[in-house]
Design a protein. Structure first.
Ligand SMILES: Cc1cc2nc3c(=O)[nH]c(=O)nc-3n(C[C@H](O)[C@H](O)[C@H](O)COP(=O)(O)OP(=O)(O)OC[C@H]3O[C@@H](n4cnc5c(N)ncnc54)[C@H](O)[C@@H]3O)c2cc1C
Length: 265
């Protein structure tokens, strides 16, 4: 049997989570587990309105963890994330699926989290403390990391500095063979602080260190893109599933990274 507990505030929900429960965001993943009989016995949710807030903050935007993909798409403050949110599932999934849920959605899901990882997002936990890099949370996510309250997302300097590509067999709403996000801030044309993130190429969203090394300190041109593409799969650990084999994912990673980077020239 599954019991659902509803709390009026994030703080109360966070305390309840500490006692071995799962949090219910939009439920597009959790409710499947409930139906399959594999969900934890206790599910916690909250009606705290702060979870659904989108706020412009400094040079970026803060998304409450309960903000849905549809809300992102309706928000001017989060306009740089529209091309990403649009790629998550179909309309029903975007109406229900949340930013917080996307951080913990199992393979091959987590397209939005891939973009947030490339953008250098930080997570605010409901229990308090200073915001921590999303990268750390993703590394710890198998170990009950607690309730995420919000995600702070820096805005890329200009439209050319950020790119996102989702590769799927079924258009427009199939799940990912892979997704790739690239942040390439440029100073006088030279890339400083390259971040490449991959989805469906490991147990969760991962940085691509080989491609990042090939891009850092360079001017983006055909030769640099070719070098980054050649290093694309370095350090990644793609799984084999019903959508694609690990071998296939490795083989085509460079081709898709090249396509994404060519669009950022
Ligand atoms: C038909 C279908 C298509 C889909 N297509 C895509 C797709 O194209 N791309 C994609 O990325 N995903 C896809 N998904 C997966 C999913 O819908 C999304 O990843 C969505 O963003 C998950 O959010 P949710 O709020 O529904 O998560 P939930 O089901 O509520 O939760 C998912 C997990 O996250 C945890 N969680 C949720 N919120 C928090 C929080 N604030 N703090 C801590 N833990 C939390 C839950 O406990 C649970 O473990 C699809 C799902 C379906 C059913």
């Amino acid at each position: 049997m599954t019991t659902v507990e509803t709390y009026p505030t994030l703080a109360e929900a966070a305390r309840a989570m500490g006692q071995g429960a799962a949090f219910l965001g939009g439920g597009t993943v959790v409710m499947r587990e409930v139906n399959a009989g594999t969900a934890p016995g206790r599910i916690v949710r909250t009606t705290d309105p702060s979870l659904r807030e989108i706020r412009a903050s400094g040079d970026g935007v803060t998304l409450g963890a309960g903000v849905t993909m549809a809300q992102v798409l309706a928000s001017r403050e989060a306009d740089f994330l529209h091309p990403v949110a649009r790629q998550v599932g179909g309309p029903q999934v975007r109406n229900m699926g949340t930013v917080g849920g996307n951080l913990f959605a199992p393979h091959p899901y987590g397209d939005f989290a891939v973009a947030l990882l490339a953008l250098g997002a930080r997570v605010v936990m409901a229990g308090g403390g200073s915001p921590r890099p999303l990268e750390d949370l993703l590394r710890d996510r198998g170990r009950a990391p607690g309730l995420v309250a919000a995600v702070e997302v820096p805005r890329p300097r200009d439209a050319r500095a950020f790119g996102f590509l989702k590769v799927s067999r079924v258009k427009p709403k199939g799940v990912s063979i892979m997704s790739i996000a690239a942040l390439l801030p440029r100073e006088g044309g030279t890339i400083r602080g390259a971040r490449i993130a991959w989805g469906a190429m490991g147990p969760g969203p991962m940085r691509g260190s080989g491609a990042e090394r090939a891009l850092e300190g360079q001017r983006l041109d055909a030769a640099v893109i070719a070098r980054a593409a050649a290093q694309a799969a370095e350090g990644l650990d793609p799984p084999t599933d019903a959508i694609a084999s690990a071998w296939y994912r490795r083989e085509v990673a460079g081709v898709h990274l090249k396509r994404l980077l060519e669009g950022m020239l």
